[in-house]
Each structure stands twice: as structure tokens, then as C-alpha cells.
Design a protein around this ligand. Sequence first.
Ligand code: ADP
Ligand code: MG
Length: 582
Amino acid sequence: MTSNGTKQDNEAGQGEAPQNLTDGFHLVIDALKLNDLNTIYTVPGIPITDLGRLAQAAGMRVLSFRHEQHAGYAASVAGYLTKKPGVCLTVSAPGFLNGLTALAHATVNCWPMILISGSSEREIVDLQQGDYEEMDQLAVAKPLCKAAFRVLNAEDIGTGIARAYRAAVSGRPGGVYLDLPAKLFAQVMDAEDGAKSLIKVIDPTPAHIPAPAAVERALDVLKGAKKPLIILGKGAAYAQADEAVRGFVEKSGSPYIAMSMAKGLLPDDHPQYAGAARSLVLKEADVVMLIGARLNWLLSHGKGKQWGEPGSKKFIHIDIDPREMDSNQPIAAPLVGDIESCLNALIDGMGDNWSAPPAEWVEVVRDKSEANVARMAPRLQNNNVPMDFHGALGALRTIIKDRPDTILINEGANTLDFARSIIDMYRPRKRIDVGTWGVMGIGMGSAIAAAVETGNPVLAVEGDSAFGFSGMEIETICRYQLPICVVVFNNSGIYRGTDRNPTGGSDPAPTVFVKDARYDRIIEAFGGVGVNATSPDDLSRAVTQAITSGKPTLVNAVINPEAGTESGRIGNLNPQSVVSKK
Ligand code: ADP
Ligand code: MG
């Protein structure tokens, strides 16, 4: 084999001139590398086992998981953190379906990702003759992702990868499916022609410059505000326009709040941050400016009690996708473009004499924030045993404050809702959670990608139920020796650990788990560090030690089984039986 991965077809005795050949395997690898896509998240198997091996041999980072869903979540988070598509590689039908959940997750969250799956023989699949892992994967993937492509000929691999790359990152980012039938990998072609067939994509995420009239309209609406509010969303974090975000927010003088993954874009202790006065600002604001945030369920669609009087607000909305405008509320000033270009245009348009919002508004918001922060403070310092959420999260809050480059992964019900408001973030893109779907199971995949893509320490704060979805990836974390500390908030169940079987039968209630479980022992099986923590002090010590050492660690944090509430803070979404219980 030559250094660029081609093989010499020079078997002795053939009497033919040696010819440099390449094949589908090598063309896929060369196309990815040519585009600086150097990491693959995968689970090996037919027909892609050799693709993983050869990719590693060619110098790519190939991370092998225990289940495709977590390899997929890792790829989606890699996309979010790097602005380049994260690549997930799976086997056919069942492996593909496992990866598809993550591809849909990436698409819903507007993160770039490419799911590459091997597939069975087209001729047999299309006649439904019962092939090994038979499935029309392209058709299944299409409605669940931003774009889907299939490559049938080796000479088209370069085009397939280029199209997948552009589709994933351009405009509103999303997930792309790339179907590669088994036969393709073994197709052989002349190496030189193969190299020429590859495409290096130029300017995959072109700037979207907003129209000057739209910028002016937005500034007019903002200028007229007596009680402005800025809402930063994870699109603003994704955009990596950190200077422009800070510059605009500070120049505007407006209070702002951050959606969960936008926390830390400006530090949560910024004087304009109104997170602790969220209810007040949502209700009272007269102009709301959305920057990379959608008015979806996470913001109650911009209506309802939370939003004050109907019709009391004007919206300014910055988004790269024009179709997002008016999706839930009429938008007075749509500003379509990429966040950096839009914010820089606004900053320019504000000139040197932009006047700050009325002082009363700023003061009311600041007073409310300070009062709420002060009210919460003593609860976060409690040292109760068994721990409650406030005591345990108070300890973790201090750790993130001292080590702000730590990436926080967070999922669960109560564990998610409390952590989101208690743990302040200080740096951009350091909080990764359940995202737009509010899905459980993103934990270990996200943690692995965060560690692999950044090299920073990772702290995964997990409800015991949430952890169960991806728990086996603890082996993956230990195998690659990643600097990840997982804290399982163990309250022995879903929401609470106290439900009983009303029939008195021996089956436990559907929401409870084994009592006094020791999750810390799971990681010990793979050579990692396990710690059982019963007090906030224990927890603090264990996590500090883990982050300092960089060793894979799992802390079983014993939480009072009575501490949680039904569905955390979204219990209102849960239909309740109206038929009285016997
Ligand atoms: P959150 O859940 O934090 O509110 P959303 O995921 O709802 O955030 O919204 C993110 C929005 O950001 C999406 O509508 C997406 O189109 C938009 N977006 C993503 N990248 C960019 C970008 N570079 N410029 C402008 N908008 C972007
Ligand atoms: Mg629980």
C-alpha cells in the first residue's frame, strides 16, 4: 500500500504492467480527510469493519462505542462544538436505526452531522428478497434529517461526501444521511482518477449578510423599547460569534437571559444577566430580541401567562433560516442572516451615541435578580445527609466556578432542571444538555465527544434514570482514558424513589429502581475510579479529585429519594388521569 492509501495490483506472474488502484474504502477515507473530517464515532460490524480499521491506519481518530445511538450523539455534539459535521459510522439496518435517533436529534437541534451507514445489496433490497439486514435505509432516513444521499459508484464518493458536508453546515445546520452499499467499498478504480474525483469543499459556511433595510427596521424597534429583553439561544453559541454577541449585548445595555445551552456565552455573573429574574423580564418586557433561539415549547411559544398581556410585545428575531420567522408569534423585525454578520451590522448601525434603556427598567430587573440570588444562597450551602438537589448542586456549582473551562453535561428530570438554574456558566459552549427534544440518553455520548473534541475536563451530571440509557459507554470512557467525571444523582428512581405498587404485589412501581444501588461499582469493573458520596463535602472532594487527576471517575451521589418532583419543572406537559383511583 502506498502512503495515500492506494494499493499496488502487482501480483507476480500476471504479466501485466503494475497499475495503481484504489477502492471505495480508501476513497471514503481520503474524501473525509481532504475535508479535515478526521474523527469517526462508530460501532464496527458488517460491512464497515474494515472502513474503521483502514481509517485508523490512515491516521484518523476512530472511536468505537458500545451502541450506535451514543456514537451518534457524540457525532452530533462534535458538530455543535466544532461547526463541522460530526461523523458517525454504522452497520446496516439495526445499527443504522440506532444511529438515526441521533441524526434526528442533530437535525432538530440544528447541529451538523453526517451519518454514514453501510447497507445491503440494492438489487435484493428493492425486490424485497430478504437480504441480510434488509432495509431501504435511504427512504427511512429521508423524513428524519435535513438531506439524504446514496452513492452507487466509487467515482462519485467525493461528490457524495462534498454534498453531505455542504448540506450539513450551510444555512440552518442539520443531520445528513449518506448511504453506502456494501458493494461500493470493494469497487476498484485507478488511483489517480480516484484522487481527481475527490472534492475539497470551499467556503462550506458562507456568510449570510442581512439586508440593510432589515437591520434598520430592527434598530428602529429596539430604539423604541422601554423595557427591552435579549434572549440568547444555542444557535448563538453554535455560531462562535462570541465577540459580536458580547459587543452587541453590552452596547445595547439591555437585560438578557440565556437558553440553557447559551449559558456562559457571556458569564452568568454579568451585570446585565437577568436569569434570576426570568419570570419578571418575560412578563414585563415590551421588545424581545431573539438571537439564535426559537419560540418553541422551551419558551412556551411566546404566549400564555408567562408572557404577560397578549400582544404586549414586539419581537425582533435573528435567525439564519427565514422560515423560522412568524412560526409562533408575529415578528415585527425579522433579521435573516448569520449571527455574526447580523450583530456586527447592528453594532455599526447603533453608532456612537446609542442610548441605554430607561434606568428604571434596568434597576427593577437588577434588584429582582439580586433578591432571588440572595434568597437561594443559603439553600445551596446545606450539608444535609442524605443530600437534596440544592446541597449537591451547590457543591458542583463552586467547582464549575473555580474551573470554568470544565464542560458540563446535564440530563435527568429534577437533576436537569435544578442544575440548569443553580450551576452558573462562565465560558461559551461549556454546557451541553438534552436540547430541543428534552431527550434522555445524551449523557455519555455527549461527554465523550466533549472530551475528544476539546481536551477539556468534562463533568456529567446525570439523573440515575438518564444515566441508565447510556451507562455501558462507561467502558468506552475507560478504554480511551478520557478526562470525564460522571456524577449519578441517585434518588432510587424516576422523579422520586418512593412510589409503591398500589396492588401490594411484589413488582415494584414502574418509576422506582433498586434501592441503595451502587453505580460507582460499574466503573470499577473497567479500571476507573468509583466513589460513593453521601454528603456535599464528599461529593466536592470526589469531583475535585477527578478533575485534577483527569482519570475516568463515577461518583454515586446519594440523594434523598423523597427530594424530586414529578417530571421536574415540566410536569404540566404530563397528562393526568381524571378517573379517580380505586
Ligand atoms: P435554544 O433551544 O437555545 O432556544 P434553538 O435551537 O431553538 O435554541 O434555536 C437555534 C436557532 O439558531 C435555530 O433557529 C437556527 O436556525 C439558528 N442558527 C443556527 N446557527 C446560526 C447562525 N450561524 N446564524 C444565525 N442563526 C443560526
Ligand atoms: Mg432519579
